[in-house]
Write a protein that binds this ligand. Structure first.
Ligand code: TRP
Length: 460
């Protein structure tokens, strides 16, 4: 069978790997992974996380790529087409629609946080971290959150950065940008690691990240590891499906996915070890700093070490790049849809969706200041409500539907055509996992995510 229609395909083999890794590596790896590992039992947590990557992450990522590449279209049209050719109900197209919508919602608040990294690049470069203490660093961060015009400015700039890459197109925008951003990100990470090994408390950090603290392992940490394995690979909303449409047919899906998962995990581990090495080397700051680790604790470390100005700048530029290559994949499904379905130019489509996400994001900007005591869903701020709807509901729901659709509905000939380069062992284990285990695991993530809210509504 030939591809169903003519479509842009990235010419260079590594492009898909760089783009998918770019989507996967983001704030989740550098900001979230280190502190949840510290809180949930170190090495034991890492092991559980790796197990979930194998059971949920790799099978579902393969399923997404397969759908995009088979149909050679954006996720909305791809699901519609695959429904038709495999005789499945049209209802499954909800995968594409919900995914594009989730992308817009996630983008709207992701650019707010990503905007903070721009502020921190500026602060690092202008030497604002010098001599910070725990309190002054907290004050600096609180000052940013309280300043709504500054927050708005960075949110706007990050949205513009995202729109620019998308408007440049699939080859000149997406492909060209990941080809320099991702290598640069890896180089910056290696500089950071090298510095942490020489100047930081490297061994203490390794012991902290990887020591087996069985007593910290609980059901809750297993669930945290499960949810994170799904989120960190950008699954459930069609970002990877959209990129799959540009992947050459001769590339092995299984091998590619394993490489992407490996790179994503490596970045998280290396960033975590380096961050803790620097934090441990700074006397007088608490390590179990939770979500404040990156924006409060780490600047104190940068402000009190030799070459802190350079290393601090390297660090925040790296986080900014990681976030940037993620935001472009959040908007790609929608942009490709408007472009392929209605013939809207890439520029028009990216600007239109960028404006919508920007508007949706205004509430997230204000929820840290003017709207800080306004409640939306069940006592949550606007920002937390958006995060909750997209991350805890739409993504797992989408992921579950993708696993069920590819596992049960897609015709064998579609699968075999896309998977002709895989080893037969992989194929033998992949489909049963996708049919039986992944959907159940993702359902558990979904229930776990909405359980606290259900309890609030029905019990309290
Ligand atoms: N994987 C990204 C991170 O770790 C976050 C993310 C989740 C995402 N789902 C996504 C990014 C979909 C792009 C597209 O930060």
């Amino acid at each position: 069978m030939k591809p169903l229609k003519q479509h842009t395909i990235w010419g260079l083999r590594g492009s898909f790997i760089l783009a998918a890794t770019g989507s996967a590596v983001g704030l989740g790896n550098i900001w979230k992974f280190p502190y949840i590992t510290g809180e949930n039992g170190g090495g034991a947590f890492v092991l559980m996380y790796l197990l979930w990557i194998a059971v949920i992450g790799i099978p579902i990522m393969m399923a997404e790529i397969l759908m995009g590449r088979r149909a050679r279209a954006n996720p909305i049209m791809a699901t519609a087409e695959l429904c038709e050719t495999s005789g499945a109900s049209k209802g499954w197209t909800v995968i594409g629609w919900m995914g594009a919508l989730a992308g817009l919602v996630i983008l709207s608040f992701y650019t707010v946080i990503a905007g903070w990294t721009l502020e921190y690049v500026q602060s690092a470069l202008s030497g604002k971290f010098a001599g910070l203490t725990g309190e002054t660093s907290q004050a600096l961060f609180d000052g940013l959150l309280a300043d709504n015009s500054k927050m708005l400015q960075w949110h706007t700039i990050f949205t513009l950065m995202t729109v620019t890459i998308l408007a440049l197109g699939v080859t000149r925008g997406l492909e060209a940008s990941v080809r320099w951003m991702m290598p640069l990100l890896f180089v910056l990470l290696l500089i950071l690691l090298g510095y942490a090994m020489v100047e930081g408390e490297f061994v203490t950090s390794l012991r902290f990240m990887f020591s087996f603290n069985i007593e910290d392992v609980s059901w809750e940490s297993a669930l945290t590891a499960m949810g994170h394995s799904f989120f960190t690979l950008s699954l459930g909303m069609g970002a990877i499906m959209a990129y799959g449409a540009y992947m050459p047919s001769t590339q092995s899906v299984g091998k590619t996915v394993m490489l992407v998962a490996l790179l994503d995990t490596l970045v998280a581990l290396v960033a975590g070890v380096a961050i803790f090495a620097l934090v441990f080397a700074t006397p007088g700051i608490a390590v179990g700093s939770g979500p404040g680790l990156m924006f409060v604790t780490l600047p104190v470390a940068f402000g009190n070490m030799s070459a802190g100005l350079v290393i601090g700048s390297v660090f925040f530029v790296m986080v900014m790049l990681a976030a940037w290559t993620s935001t472009i994949s959040l908007l790609e499904p929608g942009v490709a849809y408007l472009n392929e379905r209605f013939g809207l130019s890439r520029i028009g489509a990216s600007v239109l969706l960028g404006v919508i996400a920007w508007l949706l994001g205004l509430g997230s900007v204000w929820s840290f200041n003017d709207w800080s005591d306004k409640q939306f869903l069940w006592g949550k701020s606007y920002f937390d409500s958006m995060d909750f709807i997209a991350t805890n509901i739409m993504l797992p729901l989408g992921g579950m539907l993708i696993a069920l659709f590819v596992g049960w509905k897609l015709r064998d000939e579609h699968l075999l055509h896309e998977l002709k380069f895989e080893s037969s062992l992989l194929l033998k284990v992949w489909r049963p996992i996708l049919r039986y285990i992944s959907p159940v695991a993702v359902l558990v993530i979904l229930i776990n995510g909405i359980f606290p809210v259900l309890r609030k509504v029905f019990v309290e």
